[in-house]
Design a protein around this ligand. Structure first.
Ligand SMILES: Cc1ncc(COP(=O)(O)O)c(C=O)c1O
Length: 386
């Protein structure tokens, strides 16, 4: 049997990883500033995370949600403490798309409505409603198409207000990334998030904060939406939550009461997933990783801003993006193949940095030296690799 060929891949086989580094099968070392799509939050194979999972594996890996799983309650308490949302309620699932599906569904159960507001350049996942609310027609299959999604321009308060004036009583939820990831690292403005909150309050709409990529401390606050100083009704999370162990969830405002059987999952919240997720929160707290994200993020943004060829350096904490001019379109490729540094991209010509929140200053410095060198090479010999 062959693999179903849905991904273009880099011809690199990673066999070992530690902290912000990975090694290929030839023993060559790479600096990882991408974390496999923003997943590596506390660093690859962190010893505490490995130990927690190994110890749990020896006891019990899985049982379904038909029994008590005290680790889930421990995780809810820890998450409440680290995020500051102590009175929210946790529902566990397995992926970011699934978290968003559950958020849409819960919102619709709560207010009995069908319409969802989403924004230009959004990415919310690949399952039915999540993909319908994603602003990329190429990944929406005919079966996913629905009239229930209203797309509005990102950060446009007037358009949002107009939409609510016209359709407010039909809008079940508004979903927004605090910092758009796949869309190219676009920060939601504080005033825009406040406007969403006030319109949702006025019209009985549920505010869903998609924190799948921008959450879990990456921005320097636990949820990047928190920069606006207003609470969402539901936060969805995944990627950084398990540091590579598949675990996701939603946290739900105390305003919303749970009803039996409305939401459910077989694998979600299993013992092993909870152990991994607890280890992540313990390390975020113990190693003060949110503070590190602020500090190293600022260093990287300041340095990148001082490179004249790079435009529009943006983001918060360790979620950083910048535009690369057409003449330097090979920069990401050269960083990977010549400097052995993984970065991410977004079309057209945006480089995204989504490293471990524990990224060290010396690694950030190495990246800055390397990117300067590669820019210089491309300026001097633009067609070398073409
Ligand atoms: C903001 C956001 N939401 C949802 C998702 C979907 O997450 P998953 O791939 O775990 O389903 C992603 C994935 O990139 C994302 O960036």
């Amino acid at each position: 049997m062959n693999l179903f060929d849905v991904y273009p891949v880099n011809e690199i086989t990673i066999v070992k990883a530690k902290g912000s580094y990975v090694w290929n099968d030839k023993g060559e070392q790479y600096l990882d500033l991408y974390g496999g799509h923003a997943v590596i939050s506390i660093g690859h194979t962190h010893p505490h995370w490995v130990k927690r999972i190994e110890e749990q594996l020896e006891k019990i890996a899985f049982y379904s949600n038909s029994i008590r799983i005290p680790l889930q309650q421990q995780l809810a308490e820890k998450l409440g403490k680290v995020s500051g949302k102590t009175d929210y309620q946790l529902f566990l699932c397995n992926s970011g798309a699934e978290a968003n599906e559950n958020a849409f569904k819960l919102a619709s159960f709560v207010n009995g409505r069908k319409k969802i507001v989403a924004f230009s350049k959004s990415f919310h996942g690949r399952t039915s409603l999540a993909v319908a609310a994603t602003d990329n027609k190429n990944i929406v299959a005919p079966v996913n198409e629905t009239d229930n999604i209203i797309f509005l321009p990102f950060n446009d308060e007037d358009a949002l207000e107009d939409c609510f004036k016209k359709n407010g009583k039909e809008i079940s939820s508004v979903i927004i990334e605090g910092i758009q990831g796949v869309g190219g690292i676009n920060v939601a403005e504080v005033s825009f998030l406040k406007k969403i909150r006030s319109l949702c309050d006025e019209y009985g709409t549920v505010y869903i904060a998609d924190s799948v990529q921008c959450g879990y401390g990456r921005s320097g606050k636990f949820f990047s939406h928190d920069f606006a100083g207003v609470d969402a009704d539901i936060y969805t999370m995944a990627k950084g939550m398990g540091n590579g162990f598949p675990v996701a969830g939603i946290i739900v405002s105390p305003k919303i009461k749970a009803k039996h059987f409305q939401l459910g999952t077989t694998f979600g919240g299993n013992h092993l997933a909870c152990a991994a997720a607890l280890a992540v929160l313990e390390i975020i707290e113990e190693e003060k990783l949110m503070g590190n994200a602020v500090m190293i993020g600022k260093y990287l943004r300041d340095e990148l801003e001082s490179i004249p060829q790079l435009k529009n350096v943006r983001g918060r904490g360790l979620m950083i993006g910048f535009d690369v001019p057409e003449a330097l379109k090979d920069l990401k490729k050269n960083l990977l193949w010549k400097q052995k540094i993984f970065t991410g991209e977004a079309k057209p010509n945006v480089i995204r940095l989504l490293p471990s929140l524990g990224l060290k200053k010396r690694d950030a410095e190495q990246f800055i030296d390397s990117i300067k060198e590669e820019i210089q090479n491309l300026v001097e010999t633009p067609n070398l690799l073409n």
